[in-house]
Design a protein around this ligand. Sequence first.
Ligand code: B1M
Length: 212
Amino acid sequence: MGIKWDNIKDAIFTGNIAGIPILVKGAICDGLPVQDILNKGLIAGMSIVGEKFKSNEIFVPEVLISAKAMQAGLDILEPLLVKAGVNPMAKIVIGTSKGDLHDIGKNLVSMMFKGGGFSVIDLGIDVAPRRFIDEAIKSDAEVIAMSSLITTSMPSMKATINLLKIEGLNGKIKTIIGGAPVTQEYADEIGADGYADNASSAIDKVKELLGL
Ligand code: B1M
């Protein structure tokens, strides 16, 4: 069945948004386990995308198209995975911090998390500290991921981490931050558990934080 995984991986890598649903449905009809279709097909394809993105062999437009292809595959697999009782690796609440309307990078990170096997609750843009925390508690999430593209929205990330500390949730719910003006130094300064400078390293960082 090697060729089937290669077909799916290639379709993710080349961003074949129309082809992925056909390939995934074909694999399901052939009786292949949904977990294998996810891991050996879609996630393996997205890993290649992540590696090539990291090494500057491909760039944001290609990654966005691959991410859309990934989403098209996940949309078909998701109900089957739930039915099969396959648990996602962990739950992540993600959003762009309060005062900030930029969402392209956040969407990319969100898609990469989904592609990496995480369950993602995307709160969108302009997300206040209280909302991040309420949603993380409600959904029993292990991670809050915050994106900021403008310096004026960075203090809101600090406010979220401070609120987590006040509520005794710091450490129980891990925090990861990122976005163009954000740095490792800033993450250290505000007490974030993790920092990543791009979407693929965000996956590595969350896995590291959760010991996965
Ligand atoms: Co605005 N904008 N913008 N903008 N915008 C920037 C960010 C800016 C750097 C442009 C500039 O002046 N050179 C500047 C910020 C300056 C600063 O504070 N340092 C700026 C400004 C000033 C503004 C406005 C204030 C302009 C105005 O109204 N006068 C305004 C702010 C509105 C607001 O948010 N309140 C504004 C508005 C807009 C648009 C609405 C027009 C549009 C956003 C559309 C949208 O997002 N839907 C926009 C855009 C497109 C940009 C630029 C041109 C591109 C941003 C982008 O999408 N990059 C940007 C200049 C630039 O960056 N070259 C700029 C592509 C994206 C894939 O990269 O988001 O960096 P990025 O995400 C990366 C990494 O950062 C990382 O992974 C991603 C993939 O590698 N990452 C994470 C991101 N989040 C992460 C989270 C993680 C980990 C990694 O963990 C949780």
